[in-house]
Design a protein around this ligand. Structure first.
Ligand code: FAD
Length: 306
């Protein structure tokens, strides 16, 4: 396909056709926005008076639009749309063993409540991750899934980053550098001893942003059913997606019983401090939601174990 370049009085729009051209453009214009669905940038420009003089559309670059089935999981290009991801996850769930696709089932469940069909048909996974919204519906799940992100820049080439508690550095900020672009997201398959669920509460059931959402995943040790690793990631509980790292540490090694539940409930809110003046308000309600998601998660896993 052909490269495109439109120059207007206030902005330049590029549509490169190779990854090299894209990286070169991003190196030349580190402040440029990549636009795929334009459902974040469009809102910023129209309603928040933002002006982005350089826009780059990466939709013609194969690396970013491809999905690869690897032995370890799925590698999803950053420009793959949410509808396409939904379709691929459904195929994977049909074809693979139930336990392998538990993360995919949790993501698919969340996609039902992610915006409406029109948005999901154009919006991409990369735009959701890189916007870094504190109420993103996918980011808590990708963190719980221990997804890995591959970034690339012209200067330094590729680097892989685990989506852990260090990835979001502030309100709508990530540790990615300005000249880097997100290439793909790696979502691993789950093992027999791994359980993941997603939760979202919003004012309306469909097509509404979350008040609080969460992604939670636990892996049990094979020998004695104790928790080997647990990830509890919440949206809507601070300026970024928050991982309840202390609670995660304290619950590791425990068995899945009422003591774990009580310990989790008493520790969680220390990991999710929300001052009464926090933007978004409803702090008591949001705290109650975070605890009730953990309670639900406890019950969901218990049911699987019994
Ligand atoms: P774009 O607007 O095209 O880009 C967003 C940002 O990501 C830009 O800053 C861009 O530079 C950056 N970016 C994109 N790709 C890359 C890349 N490869 N490398 C580096 N940076 C990149 N979000 C939710 O989480 N849940 C919802 O329920 C929800 N509902 C919505 C409802 C409506 C009506 C609207 C308008 C938005 C909603 N959103 C929701 C937000 C939005 O749809 C998602 O965040 C979406 O995934 C953004 O994708 P996009 O392709 O449209 O991003």
């Amino acid at each position: 396909t052909q490269n495109l370049e439109y120059r207007g009085p206030r902005l330049i729009f590029y549509r490169p056709s190779t990854l090299q051209q894209l990286l070169k453009l991003k190196a030349q214009h580190p402040e440029a926005r990549l636009i795929v669905g334009n459902t974040e940038v469009g809102v910023e420009v129209k309603y928040k008076n933002k002006l982005y003089p350089v826009l780059i559309n990466p939709s013609n670059i194969h690396d970013l639009t491809a999905v690869k089935r690897l032995d370890s999981g799925l590698q999803i290009g950053a420009s793959v749309t949410l509808s396409k991801i939904g379709q691929i996850l459904r195929e994977e769930i049909k074809e693979r063993k139930e336990h392998q696709t538990r993360i995919f089932t949790a993501i698919l469940e969340m996609l039902k409540w992610f915006a409406g069909k029109q948005i999901r048909n154009v919006a991409a996974i990369g735009g959701n991750i890189m916007t870094g919204s504190p109420i993103s519906d996918l980011n808590p799940l990708l963190m719980a899934a221990r997804a890995t992100l591959t970034f690339c820049s012209k200067e330094r080439g590729e680097r892989k980053l685990l989506m852990d508690e260090n990835f979001f550095t502030g309100y709508r900020k990530t540790i990615a550098l300005n000249d880097e672009i997100l290439l793909y997201v790696h979502i691993p398959y789950t093992s027999m001893d791994e359980y993941m669920y997603s939760y979202k509460q919003s004012r309306r059931r469909g097509d509404d942003v979350a008040i609080v959402n969460a992604g939670m995943k636990v892996i049990f040790r094979k020998e004695n059913d104790a928790v080997q690793d647990i990830v509890l990631a919440f949206g809507g509980m601070g300026p970024t997606i928050v991982m309840a790292t202390n609670t995660m540490k304290e619950l590791t090694g425990m068995s899945w019983n009422s003591s774990l539940l009580e310990r989790g409930l008493s520790l969680l809110l220390e990991d999710l401090p929300l001052s009464p003046s926090a933007p978004g308000g409803m702090t008591e309600y949001r705290r109650a939601l975070a605890l009730s998601f953990f309670f639900k998660y406890y019950l969901n896993v218990l049911r699987q174990l019994s």
